[in-house]
Design a protein around this ligand. Structure first.
Ligand code: SAH
Length: 330
């Protein structure tokens, strides 16, 4: 989809034509100009030069609560997008890059390396694809999380443009849009300066630089203390509660002592409200294993006893390899 192109095609038409076209995309969630109420000539021109088709393959999980779409881009590259249907809301997990340069040891996307950044429209289309589908059930997209393939802070401009499109065109509140980062400090700072109400999520996964450096190579460039300073600054500028993501890896970062260490670290370094989101590891081709349920429970208890709010992430999409960190080219 090419919004600029659509505007260009309609620039000599009366203004309401463009409104009609935008409504067709963002209110009707149409995928074929023929079904719009534009004039015959315009429909033909738009179909020829600015098609709304999204080339994708969809896989539903057995419980029908989540689905993964593999979207094929104009250059043939493939990205993945996940729909999660909660009781009261639908969340789309979007990719921001084809592949990812961060090479986190536990993540499947990291293994495929980095191919290219996505454009804002390629990010937008991921949500539009599912919005079209949800419309058939009288539902809509309520939340967006930038937690698919890629590191959003390394594609900052396009991610910001996409977030704005979600917000202004798809009418998804800024507070319903979350951006997750492995801790790219310049990106966190830029996001704070945007002065928008987006949620920031930080993938921490370890309470010390030594361990984090083994799991996430980027930690050699940006140290935990400096990242948490930038996050504190984000909280003070936006007033938003920050999400600290922590995957529990069996025998690696899931002991009670590490929970205490994590609580101490966050309480001393983070100025402002935050919550730790404990993530069960989804197996990929790596040496890591998920922690047992009992270990997850005791880690959570230990955090809470040490005055840190913690939640456990509900798992979606495992049967379709659409769960966190399982997205990759097959
Ligand atoms: N690059 C960004 C966003 C993409 S990953 C970031 O690092 O935050 C979204 C989340 O899924 C991150 O917290 C990431 O660490 C986590 N993740 C990666 N692989 C995973 C796996 N196999 N199981 C569970 N979570 C995983």
């Amino acid at each position: 989809m090419d919004l600029k192109k659509i505007e260009k095609i309609l620039k000599d038409e009366p203004k309401y034509r463009l409104t009609q076209a935008m409504d067709f995309i963002f209110k009707n969630f149409g995928d074929d100009w023929e079904a719009s109420n534009l004039s015959k000539d315009i429909k033909e021109k738009l179909s020829r030069e600015a098609s709304l088709k999204i080339d994708a393959e969809i896989f539903w999980a057995d419980d029908n609560k989540s689905a993964k779409a593999i979207i094929i881009l104009c250059d043939g590259k493939k990205i993945e997008t996940v729909l999660m249907r909660h009781k009261d809301r639908n969340t789309i997990c979007v990719s921001s890059q084809v592949g990812c340069p961060m090479a986190c040891a536990f993540c499947a996307t990291g293994k495929m390396g980095f191919e290219r950044n996505l454009s804002a429209e390629e990010i937008l289309e991921q949500a539009l694809f599912f919005a079209r589908l949800l419309k058939e059930d009288g539902e809509r997209v309520n939340n967006i999380v930038f937690m698919g393939m890629g590191e959003p802070m390394l594609n900052f401009e396009e991610v910001m443009k996409a977030a704005k499109l979600f917000n202004e065109k798809m009418e998804i509140g800024a507070r319903k849009i979350s951006i997750s980062t492995c801790g790219i400090i310049p990106g966190i700072k830029k996001l704070a300066d945007e002065k928008r109400q987006y949620n920031l999520a930080l993938s921490l996964h370890a309470p010390s630089d030594r361990l984090r450096g083994e799991l996430m190579p980027i930690n050699k460039k940006y140290r935990i203390a400096d990242i948490l300073d930038a996050v504190s600054d984000y909280i003070s500028k936006t007033g938003r509660k920050v999400l600290i993501e922590y995957i529990l890896f069996k025998g690696i970062n899931d002991s009670k002592d590490q929970a205490k260490e994590l609580a101490r670290l966050l309480k001393s370094k983070l100025k402002g409200p935050f919550v730790v989101n404990l993530i069960l590891y989804n197996k990929t081709e790596s040496e890591f294993l998920p922690s047992e349920k009992s270990e997850v429970d005791s880690f959570k208890e230990e955090l809470e006893e040490n005055g840190v709010e913690a939640t456990e992430r509900y798992r979606f999409g495992r049967g379709i390899d659409g769960a966190c960190g399982q997205l990759r080219k097959k």
